[in-house]
Design a protein around this ligand. Structure first.
Ligand SMILES: C[S@@+](CC[C@H](N)C(=O)[O-])C[C@H]1O[C@@H](n2cnc3c(N)ncnc32)[C@H](O)[C@@H]1O
Length: 210
């Protein structure tokens, strides 16, 4: 993946993104994802690559301290509309280089972002860095099944899908390999399209909040 291309392609996606990724099965998966998360009043929550803000509709913005970052101004503008006047901090920022101090958030949410950024490992390391000890990292994304190769069809269409702004050939196990000592997987299960999309909940290993 390539940052300049991402910026261009997500500008194009911004007016129509919700029609595809915030309706039907995607909306159902998002509802399921957030319904089980034990947020506490006042928790500091960071959305990494918030996009059009589809996830913002699934939480109580008035009870949480929410920060949302994205690389694309156009996607972020759409996201602002979803905040319905609630106080949310929106920032243009690169997920691979977050400009927050260590341990700034109780929760870090990464929906459909690790398969989009050029360097998922780097972005995940940043998520693990800015989350509080004992805090939670929540990932909703599509990954290759653990220990399995991509099917021939997926190998063939992968370059085309990358042009659309995402990668179907990313391994989550590889992404977390260099951060494994910092995080512990609490839940990892298929949530959409026969397990292609997974809900993964992790905690900073040096704590015990979730
Ligand atoms: C597939 S969308 C996901 C949006 C949203 N999280 C969701 O669940 O619908 C990917 C988002 O990542 C953003 N993005 C791409 N590269 C990025 C980067 N390096 N840093 C931050 N955001 C990035 C895009 O602008 C886009 O809004």
């Amino acid at each position: 993946m390539n940052s300049s291309w991402n910026r261009f392609i997500y500008k194009l996606w911004s007016p129509v993104y919700d029609v595809f990724f915030n309706k039907g099965p995607f909306l159902k998966a998002r509802k399921e994802l957030f319904s089980s998360l034990p947020f506490s009043k006042g928790d500091r929550v960071l959305f990494v690559g918030v996009g059009t803000g589809a996830d913002l509709k699934q939480i109580s913005l008035s009870e949480l301290n929410v920060t949302a970052i994205d690389f694309s101004r156009e996607m972020l503008e759409k996201s602002k509309e979803k905040a319905d006047g609630e106080k949310v901090v929106f920032l243009v920022m690169d997920a691979q280089e977050l400009s927050f101090p260590d341990e700034s958030f109780d929760w870090v949410i990464g929906s459909l972002i690790l398969s989009v950024v050029p360097d998922g490992e780097k972005a995940f390391k940043e998520m693990a860095r800015v989350v509080e000890k004992g805090g939670g990292i929540v990932i909703f994304d599509k990954f290759t099944p653990s220990g399995k190769d991509l099917s021939l069809l997926k190998k063939l269409i992968r370059p085309l899908i990358r042009l659309l702004g995402t990668d179907i050939g990313i391994s989550f196990e590889k992404i977390i390999s260099s951060s494994e000592s910092r995080v512990r997987i609490k839940e990892d299960r298929g949530i959409l399209l026969k397990g292609m999309y997974r809900k993964i909940v992790l905690e900073r290993a040096d704590g015990g909040k979730i």
